[in-house]
Design a protein around this ligand. Structure first.
Ligand code: ZN
Ligand code: ZN
Length: 194
């Protein structure tokens, strides 16, 4: 009987160690050459500032020309995401491009995400002469789309997960996650750091 107790204790300790050693969440950041250098830095800072995750940065090698809709002068975001999904099926990713993107039924989007896989953001419409405004828009967009990647849905509270359909709405919404979204992230081991 005692032996079983000791065994159970050992198993319990092993489970605890396994829990503690859970590997950190890793993200691949893929920047297309069309993203300007200010935005590149802002994207990296945004991720660093927002989440306790590991990430590595590289150049997006994907040929996105197939996703170009010449009539609209925009890129089909879902096409790019689907191609990326085939090439990087097992890692979380964030793609950034400097061209305008759209999805069917919407004139444009700031970003699109496939929950638990990856997202794409466009810096095209976020640009502003005021660098602080540009950077804040990037921060909110990166947080919002990564929030989706980590499983969050749109949120009507005072929260960065609020849906924004225009620059005005994007500028008006807060940059932080609400407590409810923060605790949902915490459940999968992600700490929204600010
Ligand atoms: Zn959204
Ligand atoms: Zn929220």
């Amino acid at each position: 009987m005692e032996k079983i107790d000791v065994l159970l204790q050992k198993i319990w300790v092993l489970i605890m160690v396994f829990e503690i050693k859970k590997p950190p969440i890793e993200l691949k950041v893929l920047l297309h050459r069309s993203v300007d250098s200010f935005a590149r830095e802002a994207i990296i800072r945004s991720i660093e500032l927002s989440f306790n995750i590991d990430f590595d940065i590289s150049t997006l090698r994907l040929n996105i020309e197939d996703a170009c809709n010449h009539r609209r002068g925009q890129y089909d975001a879902e096409k790019i995401l689907n191609t990326a999904l085939i090439l990087i099926p097992n890692e979380l990713f964030l793609i950034a491009i400097g061209y305008d993107i759209y999805v069917s039924n919407l004139n444009f989007v700031f970003g699109v995400a496939l929950p638990n896989h990856g997202c794409i953001i466009s810096t095209w419409r976020l640009r502003d002469r005021d660098r602080e405004v540009y950077e804040m828009r990037i921060l909110k967009t990166v947080r919002h789309e990564l929030g989706h990647v980590f499983g969050l849905t749109h949120c009507n509270r005072y929260c960065v997960m609020r849906f924004a359909n225009s620059l005005l709405e994007l500028d008006m919404k807060p940059k932080d996650f609400c407590n409810k979204c923060k605790s949902r992230l915490a459940r999968i081991g992600i700490v929204a750091t600010s």
